[in-house]
Design a protein around this ligand. Structure first.
Ligand code: NAD
Length: 251
């Protein structure tokens, strides 16, 4: 087990990358709090993950929560600290797209994407900031995107949010380094989840042509990097952005 006695909170954990991360962390001995907005999916995810339990003391919980809602996040984390005592690992995987060319992006779609993808990271990180500092230990992992590094036509709101996430990650890494807290970002390329499933075939084909590995990635392949970043194996790594993209973006 790589995460014995650890307590992890994973946002966006009822599907896709967040769910794969939550499942792998649970299978590696951590107690895991799944955060999401979809109760039905959460039920199914909890049932699916239950058999992965390794020790009697491990807990697996779900909190129904819109991570963009600052006061709801405060309340949820206060409940998590009361129930579980600590948070050792925070993974921000909740995210949305509202794609369009910039002149067609409504103010509402701009604000919502920035709120769910970026402000939410501010919301959750500030809840674990002081406790991790005090403990002089902690791992924060933000799921950004290669789009945050390269930009993308039709995704100005998403790209801005993911680039913001990277800048937040580096700033927070600098703030918390003295206290031994590691803050890193993962930049996935094209991963097969419900987020990418809805893209038109033409677009998918175009993306595939740009991936040197000539295949899409899986949520489990992102989860394995998250496990490394959450474990003691990465204790001297902070402020980094690591791509999981089959070689799609090399800067
Ligand atoms: P997904 O849609 O399966 O997962 C996103 C999850 O976030 C969903 O479970 C959704 O319910 C949840 N969510 C959305 N709004 C929320 C809110 N306000 N509060 C709480 N939860 C909320 O898609 P995914 O591909 O697993 O995406 C996970 C993360 O990875 C996202 O941040 C996404 O931007 C990023 N990402 C995905 C890809 C990809 O190719 N799939 C590539 C790069 C980055």
């Amino acid at each position: 087990m790589h995460l014995p006695n650890q307590i992890a909170v994973v946002t966006g954990a009822t599907s896709g990358i967040g769910k794969a991360i939550a499942a792998l962390f649970y299978a590696e001995g951590a107690s895991v709090v799944l955060i999401g907005t979809q109760e039905e999916k959460a039920k199914a995810a909890l049932e699916e993950m239950a058999p992965l339990k390794k020790t009697e003391s491990q807990k697996l919980l779900f909190k129904l929560l819109d991570v963009a809602d600052t006061s709801a996040v405060e309340q949820a984390f206060s409940a998590i600290y009361q129930e579980l005592g600590q948070v050792d690992i925070l993974v921000n995987s909740a995210g949305i797209t509202r794609d369009n060319f910039l002149f067609r992006i409504s103010e509402e779609d701009w604000d919502r994407v920035l709120a769910v993808n970026l402000k939410a990271v501010f919301n959750t990180c500030r809840q674990v900031y002081r406790p991790m500092m005090k403990k002089r230990k902690g791992k924060i992992i933000n799921i950004s995107s290669v789009i945050g590094l390269t930009g993308n036509a039709g995704q100005a709101n998403y790209a801005a949010s993911k680039a913001g996430m990277i800048a937040l990650t580096k700033s927070l890494a600098l703030e918390l380094a003295r206290k031994n807290v590691c803050v890193n970002a993962i930049a996935p390329g094209f991963i097969q989840t419900q987020m990418t499933e809805v893209l038109p075939d033409e677009i998918k084909k175009g993306i595939l042509a740009k991936i040197p590995f000539e295949r899409y990635g899986t949520p489990e392949e992102v989860a394995r990097l998250a496990l490394f970043l959450a474990s003691d194996a990465s204790n001297y790594i902070t402020g980094q952005v690591i791509n999981v993209d089959g070689g799609m973006v090399m800067l």
